[in-house]
Ligand binder design. Structure first.
Ligand code: FAD
Length: 463
């Protein structure tokens, strides 16, 4: 029945998926309700992208200050005020969360605080502290409930010795030593931040290398940089917790057939990935199906219930904020009766915000070869760049992968200062399916780091 809909659209969750969807739908003229059980902005603003980047900025500054004398700046008695770095990070978060509140209000989105749960395909109960506080009926629903951290048995976070990523973003004091379990983007960013703040960091990854989905050559180059920064890294490694007490945790790390290594640290951070946040949503009451921890959707983000969509982390795929926002646009277009191109994972950038930072888009060399492409590789080192030399950030390179047959860019990998900003040009190149010739023929300003992109493209043509 078409009757009794208080809202055209109910959005569950206010992360970069949910709040973007609510804003876009309101702008399209829909009557929208957004339900959030925590703080506005979701994990991204409150416990993910933003607080990590604010802390990493402090680490970047201490990193620069540590080598400032070569620039003619004498900074003596410099120390890292850890509580202040955390305080600043939390205040950045609060400001952005308030900004989202303001934007939602201005767009006329009705925000309801509480936990949403389907009671029928179009009906949602809103619960606060276990008590039902509201009930809404909406024509369409977008589920944007994000993800929850994966746990490993024996390493369940206790907020004290065993930490989850949230705990690690708001510690009161700087730990003297830390074991980070997980060599993905989050584990690496945390490891680098704490190492720069002064913690002795050991990073343990089960897979044969850190960032197993990234280009092997680039991931290895990043590993070398992290090791230079003092982080002890074990890959292909198994970690067991032996005991924990008031002084910290005792672990055993085993790499292949070698003798086990005993490691003690004040705390251990678990960063082994996440899974879709599908629990307690009453999905079966709406006829929404899940598989492997995520909600099943089609290319338009539509679930097994026609009027219910799922976007962002809860939908699976690449678990990134900008992917969640891009899916918000697709879902809202579909609800408004428009069609849009489904997302292409090979056009979505991936970044690790340490120094040198890593950013990539499209296929790695290994993936391109495994997909049957005959490839031409172009490389250019930042050590040869005038700007990198002037700045004193020499590490890293640009590696571009082109198809021999079409000359088009298949994948781009940048390791170096500012890589996360440089990747924008290469995302556009992927989007427009540009060729090596076009990239090499595009005049870039001198001296800039982006010249290195042009040089890598030219290098591929010389190969
Ligand atoms: P989320 O941002 O997770 O938001 C979901 C919201 O839904 C939450 O606020 C939650 O409270 C709410 N919710 C859940 N269930 C209900 C319910 N039943 N009722 C009401 N509300 C509910 N990605 C990047 O792209 N770049 C980065 O630099 C980056 N850094 C990260 C660093 C860390 C430490 C972490 C943990 C993640 C990071 N990510 C990063 C990943 C990024 O945070 C996620 O991909 C992104 O937040 C997903 O957005 P989303 O909209 O799907 O959900």
């Amino acid at each position: 029945a078409d009757e009794g809909f208080a809202f055209d659209l109910a959005v569950i969750g206010s992360g970069p998926g949910g709040y973007e969807a609510a804003l876009k739908a309101a702008k399209a003229g829909l009557k929208v309700c957004l339900i959030e059980k925590g703080a506005l902005g979701g994990v991204c603003v409150n416990w993910g992208c933003i607080p990590t980047k604010a802390l990493l900025r402090s680490a970047e500054i201490i990193d620069l200050v540590a080598r400032s004398s070569s620039f003619g700046i004498m900074a003596e008695n410099v120390s890292f005020d850890f509580p202040q770095a955390v305080k600043r990070s939390r205040s950045v978060v609060r400001k952005l969360s308030k900004g989202i509140d303001f934007m939602l209000q201005r767009a006329g989105v009705e925000v309801k605080q509480g936990e949403a749960r389907f009671t029928s395909p179009h009906d949602l109960d809103i619960v606060r502290d276990g008590i039902g506080v509201d009930h809404i009926r909406a024509r369409s629903v977008i589920i944007a409930t994000g993800s929850i951290p994966r746990e490993i048995s024996g390493l369940e976070p206790d907020g004290n010795r065993i930490l989850g990523s949230r705990d690690a973003l708001a510690l009161k004091t700087l730990p003297s030593s830390m074991i980070v379990v997980g060599g993905g983007a989050i584990g690496i960013e945390m490891a680098w931040f704490y190492a720069k703040a002064g913690t002795v960091v050991t990073l343990v990854e089960m897979m044969p290398r850190i960032l197993p989905l990234e280009d092997a050559e680039i991931a290895l180059a990043l590993r070398r940089s992290l090791e230079k920064a003092g982080i002890l890294i074990y890959t292909g490694a198994k970690l067991e917790r032996l005991s924990s007490d008031e002084r910290g945790v005792n672990c055993r790390i085993t790499v292949a057939e070698e003798d086990p290594i005993a490691v003690h640290a004040e705390c251990l951070l678990v960063a082994v990935g996440v899974t879709g946040n599908t629990c307690e949503l009453g999905l079966s009451n709406a006829g929404v199906e899940c598989s492997g921890g995520y909600i099943v959707t089609d290319g338009e983000c539509r679930t097994s219930a026609d009027h219910v969509y799922a976007i962002g982390d809860v939908r699976g795929g690449m678990l990134l904020a900008h992917k969640a926002s891009a899916e918000a646009a697709i879902a809202v277009a579909s609800i408004s009766g428009k069609t849009s191109e489904p997302l292409d994972d090979t056009k979505i950038p991936r970044c690790v915000y340490v120094e040198p930072s890593l950013a990539s888009v499209g296929l790695s060399e290994e993936q391109a070869v495994a997909s049957g492409f005959s490839v031409r590789i172009g490389r250019a080192m930042f050590a040869a760049s005038g700007k990198a030399n002037a700045y004193g950030n020499l590490e890293g390179m640009v590696k571009l992968i082109f198809s021999c047959k079409t000359d088009r860019l298949l994948g781009a990998h940048v390791l170096g200062h500012g890589a996360v900003e440089l990747i924008g040009e290469l995302c556009l190149a992927r989007q427009l399916e540009l060729t090596a010739r076009v990239l090499a023929g595009t005049v870039h300003a001198h001296p800039t780091l982006s010249e290195t992109i042009r040089e890598a493209a030219e290098n591929s043509l010389e190969a």
